[in-house]
Ligand binder design. Structure first.
Ligand code: DNO
Length: 408
């Protein structure tokens, strides 16, 4: 796999020099300053490519911008309201500009309103490090008592309602505020921090949109953009829902293998692909990660590798989890890497030009120097990701080595 590293642009706490020292070959980035619905221009893309291409000293970095993450899909497109047709046209123009710049892989997601969601951005670990965590009780506290969403009480089961009520009663104002901030935090470099009022307005807008309808909107969108991508030689790859189940009564339709199968089959072209994110998919015990990598392999255009520890075994979708070390946690990362490498070998045998799949170490725990003031960037610390990349690189090197068979 081609080792890449997510970089949020010049505002990122990690420098291009750091990425080179981490040993990555390519960069994953986006024009985070441009809002969804606006077409990306040639100049802005070229500027980001130039930033990626040089070290702090001005010398060439040797890095290239390999993957766009994300080309944002607007709420108008997801809901098919307002300017949604113009937004699809803008998305298509962005694809054309990216193709002119030689950038071929484009990741996006179709999660309504909230992208990745955690209740704690700095959960303490043994030894002093921290990680991100999703606590299903805290989330129910937010839903039932802070957002006070109409309908929440009907959806949340009685036992969880009771635990949530008790926890809410024990939280002071500061703890409640922190929970709100964590849930609506958004990505570093992004501008999608929401207020509770924004969130309520979005939820109201989704009143008539169930999972079937959202999936139909996704398929409508893909029916327009995938043929364009195919013609331009680009590969689109939808990121899974994180966590992979509905939140706040909002539908989520890219959470399981069956979800992907439905959407990949509906617009059955190679350009319609998947971002295989082991961390997002791995939050559900019923997602068979190596099996998904094998069965959907030909359509995997980009890979995120990270691990989660599911905390309540057998609880099914909706339970708590935290972000483990890359080789720790509930998912068998070696089996995942092996399945992805088998897919690469299959592509090489077929003569596919895209045999090497770009992967990035996704998220990381905050460890050592990540814990110093000014080094915090939720999910995207330097040292934690460096550790993850180094471990994954070791797995890949070992699996590729002839001595691996001998080691048994
Ligand atoms: C979180 C990320 C996601 C991802 C988008 C892709 O850290 O994995 O926010 O970038 O969902 O569109």
């Amino acid at each position: 796999m081609r080792e890449t590293w997510r970089w949020f642009g010049p505002k990122d706490i990690v420098r291009i020099d750091d990425i080179v020292m981490a040993g990555a070959a390519g960069v994953v980035s986006a024009l985070h300053h441009l809002p969804p619905g606006v077409a990306w221009g040639d100049d802005a893309i070229a500027t980001r490519q130039a930033e990626i291409g040089r070290l702090g000293s001005g010398a060439p970095s040797g890095l290239t911008w390999d993957v766009v993450e994300s080309l944002p899909v607007s709420e108008a497109i997801r809901q098919q309201r307002g300017d949604w047709r113009d937004h699809i046209a803008a998305w298509t123009r962005s694809l054309e500009a990216l193709a002119r710049a030689g950038i071929r892989i484009v990741c996006y997601n179709f999660m309504p309103v909230l992208d990745w969601t955690r209740t704690d951005l700095a959960w303490p670990l043994h030894g002093g490090g921290t990680c991100m965590r999703f606590d299903h009780v805290d989330f129910a506290v937010f839903d039932l008592h802070i957002l006070a969403r109409p309908g929440a009480a009907k959806e949340v089961g009685a036992p969880l309602r009771a635990v949530a009520a008790e926890r809410f009663a024990g939280m002071d104002e500061a703890a409640r505020d922190r929970l709100v901030q964590n849930i609506v935090a958004g990505l570093p470099g992004g501008h999608d921090r929401l207020t509770l009022a924004d969130l309520r307005a979005y939820l109201a807008a989704y009143a008539g949109i169930d999972a079937a309808r959202l999936r139909a909107h996704l398929i409508d969108f893909l029916s327009e953009v995938v043929p364009v991508a195919e013609r331009l030689g680009l590969r689109l790859c939808c990121h899974p829902d994180d966590p992979p189940w509905p939140l706040l009564g909002l539908p989520r339709v890219m959470s399981t293998e069956a979800d992907y199968r439905a959407v990949l089959d509906a617009v059955d072209l190679p350009a319609n692909g998947m971002t295989f994110c082991s961390g997002s998919l791995g939050a559900r015990a019923d997602n068979d990660l190596p099996g998904i990598a094998a069965r959907l392999g030909p359509r995997i255009h980009f890979v995120h590798l990270r691990n989660v520890q599911r905390e309540a075994a057998g609880e099914g979708p909706g339970g708590s989890f935290h972000e483990a070390a890359h080789l720790g946690g509930s998912s068998d990362m070696v089996a995942v890497v092996a399945a992805l490498m088998a897919e690469e070998a299959r592509r090489r045998a077929e003569g596919r030009a895209d045999a090497e799949i770009p992967m990035r170490p996704d998220h990381g725990q905050d460890i050592t120097y990540d814990l110093t003031a000014g080094r915090t960037q939720p999910g995207y610390p330097l040292v934690g990701r460096l550790r993850g990349l180094a471990e994954l690189r070791g797995v890949a090197a070992a699996l590729a080595h002839p001595a691996a068979a001998q080691a048994g």
